[in-house]
Design a binder for this molecule. Structure first.
Ligand SMILES: Nc1ncnc2c1ncn2[C@@H]1O[C@H](COP(=O)(O)OP(=O)(O)O)[C@@H](O)[C@H]1O
Ligand SMILES: [Mg+2]
Length: 252
């Protein structure tokens, strides 16, 4: 957590009117989203609906064509790389395919960013990394290399790598979609624990059971827009919109 005074009434992440086009294709059309501290928001929707584009826009991996983003009330100057770097220190990202450096050990992968950015000295970063690895049952893998780990273990390391920067929020893009079924549970367990501990998260996921139980809010996207959002149980059990119902019927 940062030392700055944070106002609980102000959303940690507040996006207004985010629009992103690729050539003539609009991937995100005037999407607004507000995430409070401690909230876990699950984003669901068909392939191509703009889910990845949305969460990539939230930390500048894609720069929106229009719209505004505020972090803890402060507007992000979206034309400035420096502003996005500051956002990424506070809002971490975990991808479907965890992209660890193959030539670095697990510990080196995790300590790289905290040391490079000057967040921590090497010893402190290593200690933090070992503590976090223990929390995801990977204490014995600190010196292993990515090629020696299973998909579920790799994804837990990727989550630890994001946590090592002590972010205030995590964005996760289909963190279990590349995993074999037996490994999905071990990653969802870690996310459940983080959720219980109050970590703010926006998770793109197809794991509807997980969304129902761990998310405070579910957002359904289709065709570059948020079609419907609300309490997880309401959206997943009794959706108001026909498009949401059609999607849920298809995947459940
Ligand atoms: N880098 C890109 N270049 C061109 N089109 C893209 C790019 N990224 C995404 N798109 C298009 O934008 C739309 C939304 O994509 P995406 O956000 O990845 O959807 P989702 O994550 O919901 O599957 C899709 O039609 C996709 O083909
Ligand atoms: Mg996607």
């Amino acid at each position: 957590m940062t030392a700055c005074a944070s106002n609980r009434a102000v959303p940690l992440i507040a996006a207004e009117g985010l629009t992103k086009c690729f050539a003539k294709h609009t991937a995100l059309r005037a999407v607004s989203l507000s995430v409070a501290r401690g909230e876990v928001v699950a984003v669901i929707g068909p392939s191509g609906s703009g889910k990845s584009t949305l969460i990539r826009c939230l930390n500048g991996l894609l720069v929106p064509d229009a719209g505004t983003i505020r972090i803890d009330g402060a507007p992000v100057d979206m034309r400035q790389q420096r502003a996005w770097r500051a956002v990424r220190l506070r809002v971490g990202m975990v991808f479907q395919d965890c992209s660890l450096f193959p030539h670095l050990s697990v510990l080196q992968n995790i300590t790289l960013a905290p040391v490079r950015t000057g967040r921590m000295r090497r010893e402190q970063a290593a200690e933090t990394a070992r503590n976090l690895l223990a929390r995801v049952q990977l204490a014995d893998k600190a010196d292993a290399y990515p090629a020696q780990l299973s998909g579920g273990q790799l994804q837990r390391v990727a989550i630890v790598r994001a946590l090592a920067m002590a972010p205030e929020a995590l964005l996760l893009d289909e963190p279990t979609s590349a995993l074999d079924p037996e490994m999905i549970a071990e990653v969802l367990d870690v996310l459940r624990t983080l959720s219980r501990e109050g970590m703010t998260m926006v998770i793109v996921t197809h794991e509807i059971g997980f969304a129902r139980e761990a998310a405070s809010r579910v957002i359904f996207m289709d065709q570059a827009e948020i079609v419907e959002q609300g309490a997880a149980d309401a959206v997943l059990t009794a959706p108001r919109e026909a498009r949401t119902r059609t999607f849920l019927d298809k995947i459940l």
